[in-house]
Ligand binder design. Structure first.
Ligand code: BGC
Length: 250
């Protein structure tokens, strides 16, 4: 079954046709830079272009970097605040005529990782999946079921949002070594581990492929820590899965 998956990010909006049974892309992914400041009109226009590009008229799944309930955006930490209160699912349907399901971007990526990536090994366990990019996104899985909108990137760690302590944006801005940054990530994971006692913490996002460079600094954490198997496609695949199946409890 093909579904159009779209991942809305602060710098780019990516879409691909996904075979939701296999998790494979059916055609090359499209990426369009997010127009600044990324307000609803601008983002909807990009989504419309992606739908046109694929000449799509089926279901659409969309991952968005904020709290999403029943298609409505409740928070927008790293994107335009004009999004708050907007019903993104309804806007997409109005503009494209397609049925749309919207969910948090990290929840979407986590769903894909649980089904097609490392999460397969933990389907009977408690899993914390993280996307570590400019922000830190989180998705919690209780024996394979998603608890949506956990937003652990905004949990306070020594008086600051976790994502402002150990997001990859911090590493890049301050040009930190993997050692210095790894120690910051350890501090954040230590808090998550104590709070939730998960069996596994799976690290996704851009830094997952550099895991070997900082893994040794992630000490004193009870959960098994491992890098995600799916790279930056996970958000698109999981959004498509959520549109096809009832993976989000509204
Ligand atoms: C947002 C989350 C999002 C994460 C990754 C955070 O700033 O609050 O909703 O999942 O960034 O994009």
């Amino acid at each position: 079954m093909a579904v159009l998956g779209i991942d809305v990010g602060g710098s780019g909006i990516k879409g691909a046709l996904v075979d939701v049974e296999s998790g494979e892309f059916l055609a090359e992914r499209v990426r369009i830079p997010t127009p600044s400041p990324g307000n609803p009109d601008q983002v909807i226009e990009v989504i419309r272009r992606i739908v046109d590009e694929f000449e799509w008229d089926g279901k659409i799944g969309v991952g968005f970097p904020g709290v999403v309930r029943r298609g409505v955006i409740y928070t927008a930490a790293n994107v335009s605040h004009e999004w708050i209160g907007e019903d993104l699912a309804a806007l997409i349907t109005n503009v494209t005529g397609c049925q749309a399901v919207v969910l948090n971007d990290a929840d979407a990526a986590g769903l894909a990782e649980m089904r097609f990536g490392e999460g397969k090994r933990y389907e009977n366990d408690y899993v914390l999946f993280l996307t570590v990019g400019t922000g830190i996104g989180s998705a919690l899985f209780v024996q394979g079921k998603l608890w949506p909108n956990s937003e652990l990137g905004h949990l306070q760690v020594r008086g600051r949002d976790a994502e402002h302590r150990a997001g990859d944006g911090v590493r890049q801005e301050k040009d930190l070594s993997w050692k210095s940054w790894g120690k910051k990530l350890q501090e954040v994971l230590f808090v998550y581990d104590n709070l939730l006692s998960p069996d596994a913490i799976i690290i996704g996002g851009g830094v997952s492929k550099k895991f070997k460079k900082y893994a040794r600094y992630l000490k004193g954490i009870h959960a098994e820590i491992l890098p995600a198997a799916l790279r930056n496609q996970a958000g698109i695949i999981g959004a498509a899965m959520a549109a096809e199946e009832s993976l989000i409890i509204d």
